[in-house]
Design a protein around this ligand. Structure first.
Ligand code: BES
Ligand code: MN
Ligand code: ZN
Length: 501
């Protein structure tokens, strides 16, 4: 599926299927919809008059096009009330429609967006439409060997049709960006969905390496021996129990000649979290193949940043390892040292995410990152607090949080800020080391963030706990069943905001 943009009228465009938006409450047909209807003998106007089509959001009406159009089929897509249209709505509608079009074996598609772009910015509409299609049509089905378990049809090339050549130019830029953002997210989803036997730290590293080679990024894989020399005792303590060699991945994108002042994106890369000696219960443990989603999203984000050639310097850091129990595993009560010298009492080996982030963040600061954003499937408590709707954000800098809020508004990946009051630190003070890796039952997501804050120090830092939003149980709008690659697009928008500043 290729997605491009063009100016109307849609009737000049040859495609198997025309998609035409209809607003709720419209009394008459206008623009392309009127032109198409005229060539269909007024069927749509008749249906509108009879209340068979209303334009209600989500309404989809499939009609045969007749002989006079350059299409076989016309899909009238309800977009709801005109003054309630949002970019998020455009993205979700495109995703839902994309799946319907696939079921319909729609072939090539001319996708009209005139109703949307009459009220919203054409570039935004183009971007959201492309994102919706690329994200909504994603499926992780590579391990189904029976054709009957895969969708029967695919969607052909899509032309986003604007009302004028001028709007089409804006739309084209938006579409190109939306495709890149969608593909980067799907790349992260692929890494996150893959089971742990097929996405070991070694495999994550080789996927990162391959992407880096394709896009001209610098890729450094820090092996166990080098991590030992660098004194990454906190990160390595998590790897102790695993047969799989740990891989600490560093991807560098230098979009500005001037070195230094990198934005550090640090992602938790636990390719499987059994809990270690503090073993998790069997029920639902398979979900922990997604415990490297933070790593997947920072790797995905930097791939989009490179493809967009943003004038900015970014480092994606992904400390990857399994968390396994074994004779060599770290035990509750063990004391380990992070690379910045801080000592940690490991009270619970299942609180391993903060241990790998400690060294990830310490490494970032020692290697020229002056802003830090970490992404991690860190605490079950986060899903208790926010469910699967919003990502919890912890931030030591109001300006940085403001930038993330803007980025989140652009991506539609929702966030919510949590507090970092000094009082919460009390519960992670240790009797035998500087800090301990669990803070008890209360405010589990916040005490986890307080732990990471110790390593961020005074560097502007934000921590995104994505444990709740990691995956979805059903297809809905841009989100699909399985891993969601959330928040790849927010990270890219954040970096893009920096590029302009
Ligand atoms: N990876 C888990 C958190 C998680 C749970 C992510 C469910 C996604 C879905 C993390 O490593 C973990 O085990 N956290 C513990 C921390 C506790 C031991 C302090 C938790 O949340 O129970
Ligand atoms: Mn854990
Ligand atoms: Zn974990």
């Amino acid at each position: 599926m290729e997605i491009t943009a063009a100016g109307g009228p849609i009737t000049n465009i040859a495609a198997t299927t025309y998609v035409l938006p209809l607003a709720q409450g419209a009394k008459t047909l206008t623009g392309d919809l009127a032109a198409v209807d005229a060539l269909m003998g007024g069927v749509i106007a008749g249906m509108l008059k009879d209340g068979l089509i209303t334009g209600k959001g989500g309404e989809v009406t499939v009609l045969p096009a007749g002989r006079r159009l350059k299409a076989k089929r016309v899909v009238v897509a309800g977009v709801g009330e005109r003054d309630k249209m949002t970019v998020d709505g455009v993205r979700d509608r495109a995703a839902n429609l994309g799946r319907r079009l696939r079921d319909l074996n729609a072939g090539t598609v001319a996708f009209g967006v005139q109703e949307e772009s009459a009220r919203l910015d054409s570039a935004d509409v183009g971007r959201a439409t492309a994102e919706g299609l690329v994200l909504g049509l994603y499926r992780f089905d590579r391990h189904h060997t029976k054709a009957s378990d895969k969708p029967s049809f695919t969607v052909g090339d899509v032309t986003v049709v604007e009302s004028s050549a001028r709007k089409a130019t804006q739309s084209r830029a938006g579409v190109a960006e939306g495709v890149i953002l969608g593909e980067a997210t799907n790349f992260a989803r692929d890494l996150g969905n893959e089971p742990s036997n097929l996405m070991t730290p070694t495999i994550v590293a080789s996927r990162a390496q391959q992407m880096a080679t394709e896009l001209g990024l610098e890729c450094r894989i820090i092996e166990r021996a080098e991590a030992e020399r660098l004194k990454m005792g906190s990160y390595l303590s998590v790897a102790n129990g695993s047969m799989q060699p740990p891989k600490f991945i560093v991807l560098t994108y230098t979009g500005l000649r001037r070195k230094g002042g990198y934005i550090g994106l640090v992602g938790k890369g636990i390719t499987f979290d059994t809990g270690g000696i503090s073993l998790k219960p069997a029920e639902g443990m398979e979900a922990m193949k997604g415990d490297m989603t933070g790593a997947a999203t920072v790797i995905g984000a930097i791939s989009a940043i490179a493809r967009l050639k943003l004038p900015v310097n970014v480092m994606a850091i992904a400390p990857c390892t399994e968390n396994m129990p074994s004779g060599s595993a770290t035990k509750p009560g063990d004391v380990v040292y992070a690379m910045d010298g801080q000592s940690i009492e490991v009270l619970n080996t299942d609180a391993e995410g903060r241990l790998v982030l400690a060294d990830g963040i310490a490494f970032a600061r020692q290697n020229g990152c002056t802003t830090l954003v970490d992404v991690a499937t860190l605490t079950g408590a986060m899903s208790v607090a926010l469910g699967n709707v919003r990502t919890g954000v912890f931030c030591n800098n109001d300006r940085l949080y403001g930038e993330l809020e803007k980025a989140s508004a652009a991506s539609g990946e929702k966030i919510w800020r949590f507090p970092l009051d000094a009082e919460y630190f009390e519960s992670i003070k240790s009797d035998v080391a500087d800090i301990k890796n669990t803070g008890g039952r209360l405010a589990g997501s916040i005490t986890a963030a307080k732990f990471i804050e110790c390593f961020a120090g005074d560097t502007p830092w934000a921590h995104l706990d994505i444990a709740g939003v990691m995956s979805a149980t059903a297809d809905r709008g841009w989100k699909v069943k399985g891993n969601n690659g959330n928040p790849v697009r927010t990270l890219v928008h954040f970096v893009k905001g920096r590029a302009k500043a």
